[in-house]
Design a protein around this ligand. Structure first.
Ligand SMILES: [Zn+2]
Length: 270
């Protein structure tokens, strides 16, 4: 049975300011593929690209063809978001801005509180570490705020499923704090790094927080059953117990999340 999948290579307008081009890299970790976001004020030619996606020539040519690309931003450095950045930079001349200096091309970085402004369009940089240490979200507003306000969340909140806390770079305490921050955005539309857009950041973040709490409770239970503390636990054994119903292709990623959870529990109760 084939799942319903949005077509790749087709630009889909999602909000008045944001359109998406799906990269052809579907998989257990990337869902339908990476969402490459194209941000453009109505009536403007130039656009800001968030997450070029993988280094796929066809995808990047399609991104470049949507209009003059003025700027490339990265939500974080994972290859499924960033590997195409250098090629898109070559194709368009647009600088690449990211939190991690290793991913920048051009003079400017990207840091907490930075505002990227274009006529009719404004992006505020919101650090949301946890999935990775360098994870950023972008608050997108325009002249008509109520018509276009949205938050680009990268892999911090996905369109469906849950995300990985990529230990040791990703930390659970950071991730929970980031989710609480996104929870405060209420009814703002979520434009995620993978999967479909979501109607309200607040509800999505609450669902993610509840999921993390449920997983933590399961990990605690597994430790009690094994009679060990978080410092002595075998992460692979915890995965086998807690993620028994999860597709095994996701177990290596689940083990990173388990390691992050064990670190978190250890720090709570050393
Ligand atoms: Zn990622």
């Amino acid at each position: 049975m084939t799942a319903l999948r949005p077509p790749t290579g087709t630009v889909r307008q999602v909000t008045p300011l944001a359109a998406v081009l799906l990269a052809p890299n579907p998989g257990p970790m990337t869902l339908e593929g990476t969402n490459t976001w194209l941000l453009r004020a109505p009536g403007s030619e130039g656009c800001v690209v968030v997450d070029p996606g993988p280094d796929d020539p066809g995808h990047l040519a399609a991104v470049a063809a949507t209009g003059p690309v003025e700027l490339i931003l990265l939500t974080h450095g994972h290859a499924d978001h960033s590997a195409g950045a250098a090629t898109l930079h070559r194709l368009t001349g647009a600088p690449v801005r990211a939190l991690d200096p290793a991913h920048r091309l051009g003079d400017e970085g990207l840091a907490a509180g930075d505002v990227v402004a274009r006529p009719g369009l404004e992006l505020c940089v919101l650090p949301t570490p946890g999935h990775t240490a360098d994870s950023l979200s972008f608050l997108l507003t325009g002249d008509a705020v109520e018509a276009g306000a949205a938050v680009l969340t990268g892999d911090t909140i996905l369109g469906h499923g849950s995300t990985v806390v990529a230990h040791p770079d990703g930390r659970l305490d950071d991730y929970l704090a980031s989710l609480r921050l996104l929870r405060d955005l209420g009814a703002m539309t979520v434009l995620p790094g993978h999967g479909p857009e979501l109607p309200a950041a607040g509800a999505a973040a609450r669902r993610y927080l509840a999921h993390r709490e449920a997983r933590l409770a399961q990990v605690r239970e597994a430790l009690v059953e094994a009679g060990v503390g978080p410092g002595q636990a075998d992460p692979a054994a915890v995965v086998r117990r807690v993620y028994a119903d999860t597709d095994r292709a996701l177990w290596p990623a689940a083990e990173l999340s388990v390691r992050a959870q064990l670190d978190y529990l250890l720090e709570l109760d050393p």
